[in-house]
Design a protein around this ligand. Structure first.
Ligand SMILES: NC(=O)c1ccc[n+]([C@@H]2O[C@H](COP(=O)([O-])OP(=O)(O)OC[C@H]3O[C@@H](n4cnc5c(N)ncnc54)[C@H](O)[C@@H]3O)[C@@H](O)[C@H]2O)c1
Length: 443
C-alpha cells in the first residue's frame, strides 16, 4: 500500500519505518529541510533503539523515502498520516497549527480519494477541524474530491517505540464509516496477527482515548509522588509501600514508581491540554489540575534537598548530574526533570557537570556552551571536582556504580537520587549522605 507520513519526528519516523518494514511504499515528509537532508544521508536524527537499522534496510530496498516536496507527498499515499507536533499553546491547549497546515496542504492537492489518518495527539473535535480545513482548501480550488478523516492515536513509548509499533497492545481507530475501518484493518493486518488488537470506535472517543491513557499514567505517577512526600514526613518507606500496594491485582506494579516527576513530550502537555479542553466545555477538571501541580512540585524536590543540604549556600558549588533524558533509552529532554534541577542550580550560582549515555548532544543543542555546564564523557568524569552527585534518569549504567570511586571523587559524600536506585542502608554503611524520594535519609 502507498503511505505518506507528514512529520518525521519520533512518531512519524517510527510509523513510516515500521509500515515500510512490512512491505508498504512509504514517503515521509517534513518541513525541516535539515532533518530530511540528514535522513537522506542515512543519519537518524533521534535516538530510538532499533530505528536506524529499519530505516537503513527499507531505504536500501526502495520502500522508504524522505522528502520536503509536498506535491510528491500528497500525490503518493492512499493513506496520508498526520504525525506532526501538537505543542502546548500559551494557555496550555494543544496548538493545532501544524496539524491544520498539513490538512490544508492535502486539501490544496487532493486529486483522488485519500484517507487522512490523524496520529498526532489532538483534542476531541480535531478531526472535524481537519475535515473543514481540507474542504475549505478544496473549495478555494473549485474542486471536490472525496476523502475520509480517521483518528488513529499513537501509544508508542519512546525508548521502546519499534517494539510498541510492531507488537501493539491495541490499535485504536476512530472512524465514521465502515470503508475506512476496512482500509485501516488491511493496513494494520501485519501488526494484528495473533489476536485482534483493533479497537474500532467513533472518532471523538478515539481522540479522547489517547488523552485518557496519558492522563491515567500521569495520575499514577503523581499519586505515588504525593504518597512519597508523605512517607518521608511520616517515617515510612515508599518503596515498601509500593510493593505492598502493587501486589493487589486491582492496582498492579506497573507505573507506580515514585521519583523526581514525569517529563517528556507527552504527559505534561497532554494533561494540560485535557484540563484546558475540560475548561472549554465548562468543566473544572480538579484531578488533572492536581496531577499537574503535584508533578511541577515534584520536579523541584531534588533541588530542594540539595539546597537544604548545603544550607542554601550553592554559589560556587559543582553538582555532578547523572541523567539528562526524561527517561532511559531516549535522548528526549523535553520537559525533563533534569532541566528543572539544572536551571535551579544555575539560578543559585552553582555549576553542573553532567553525563547522559545518549542525550549529550541534545543538551548541547538546548543550552549551548555555557561556563556553568560541563558535559562529561562518562559518569566518573562528571564526578571529578564535584561537591555532590544528583541522579535524574534511571539509566541501567547508573544502577550499580563503584561507590568507592564516587566517594573518592566528591568533596562531600552526598548523593541525591531522584530515581531511588540504591539501598539507603548500604549507602549509609558506606558513609554516604544519601537522599532519595519517599524514604528516610541514609545517614
Ligand atoms: N513522542 C512520543 O512518544 C509520542 C507518542 C505518542 C503520540 N505522540 C504525539 O505525536 C505527535 C508528534 O510527536 P513527536 O514526538 O513525533 O513530535 P516531533 O516534534 O518529534 O516531530 C514532529 C515533526 O513534525 C514536523 N512538522 C511540523 N509541521 C509540519 C508540516 N506542516 N509538514 C510536515 N512536517 C511537519 C516537525 O518539523 C517535526 O520534525 C504529537 O502530537 C505527540 O503528542 C508522541
Amino acid at each position: 500500500m502507498k503511505v505518506t507520513v507528514f512529520g518525521s519526528g519520533y512518531v512519524g519516523l517510527v510509523t513510516g519505518a515500521c509500515l515500510a518494514e512490512v512491505g508498504n511504499e512509504v514517503v515521509c515528509i517534513d518541513i525541516d529541510a535539515a532533518k530530511i537532508e540528514r535522513l537522506n544521508r542515512g543519519e537518524v536524527p533521534i535516538h530510538e533503539p532499533g530505528l536506524d537499522a529499519i530505516i537503513q534496510r527499507n531505504r536500501e530496498a526502495g520502500r522508504l523515502h524522505f522528502t520536503t516536496d509536498i506535491d510528491r507527498a500528497a500525490e503518493h499515499g492512499l493513506f496520508q498520516f498526520i504525525a506532526v507536533g501538537t505543542p502546548p499553546d500559551e494557555d496550555g491547549s494543544a496548538d493545532l497549527q501544524y496539524v491544520l497546515a498539513v490538512a490544508r496542504s492535502i486539501g490544496e492537492r487532493l486529486k483522488d480519494y485519500r484517507v487522512v489518518v490523524n496520529k498526532s495527539t489532538v483534542p476531541v473535535g480535531t478531526a472535524d477541524k481537519v475535515r473543514e480545513a481540507i474542504r475549505a482548501a478544496q473549495e478555494a480550488r473549485g474542486k471536490a474530491v472525496e476523502f475520509d478523516v480517521v483518528s488513529n492515536p499513537e501509544f508508542l513509548k519512546e525508548g521502546a517505540a519499534i517494539e510498541d509499533f510492531m507488537k501493539p497492545d491495541r490499535i485504536v481507530v476512530g472512524t465514521d464509516n465502515p470503508r475506512t475501518t476496512e482500509l485501516l484493518r488491511a493496513l494494520y493486518a501485519p501488526f494484528n496477527r495473533n489476536h485482534d488488537r483493533m479497537i474500532c470506535i467513533d472518532i471523538r472517543s478515539a481522540e479522547l482515548t489517547k488523552y485518557a491513557a496519558n492522563a491515567m499514567l500521569a495520575t499514577k505517577i503523581s499519586f505515588m509522588n504525593e504518597l512519597a512526600n508523605l512517607a518521608e514526613r511520616l517515617g515510612a518507606d515508599i518503596e515498601k509501600v509500593r510493593v505492598g500496594i502493587g501486589s493487589d491485582p486491582r492496582i498492579g506494579y506497573s507505573f507506580i514508581y515514585p521519583g523526581c516527576g514525569y517529563g517528556g513530550s507527552c504527559f505534561p502537555k497532554d494533561v494540560k491540554a485535557l484540563e484546558r479542553t475540560a475548561r472549554e466545555v465548562g468543566y473544572t477538571a480538579e484531578l488533572l489540575q492536581a496531577v499537574e501541580g503535584v508533578n511541577n512540585r515534584q520536579k523541584t524536590q531534588v533541588f530542594e534537598k540539595i539546597h537544604t543540604y548545603f544550607g542554601g549556600k550553592l554559589r560556587g558549588k559543582a553538582i555532578a548530574l547523572w541523567g539528562l533524558a526524561f527517561k532511559p533509552n531516549t535522548d528526549d529532554m523535553r520537559d525533563a526533570p533534569s532541566r528543572v534541577l539544572m536551571e535551579a542550580l544555575w539560578a543559585e550560582g552553582a555549576s553542573v557537570r553532567a553525563f547522559d549515555p545518549v542525550a549529550m548532544q541534545e543538551a548541547r543543542r538546548i543550552y549551548g556552551e555555557r561556563a556553568d555546564l560541563t558535559l562529561c564523557e562518562n559518569p566518573d568524569s562528571a564526578l571529578q571536582g564535584a561537591d555532590a552527585l544528583a541522579i535524574m534518569t534511571e539509566w541501567n549504567v547508573f544502577r550499580s556504580p563503584d561507590f568507592a570511586v564516587i566517594k573518592a571523587s566528591l568533596s562531600n559524600p552526598a548523593i541525591f537520587d531522584g530515581r531511588n536506585l540504591y539501598d539507603p542502608a548500604r549507602l549509609a554503611a558506606d558513609g554516604f549522605d544519601y537522599f532519595s524520594i519517599g524514604r528516610q535519609q541514609g545517614r
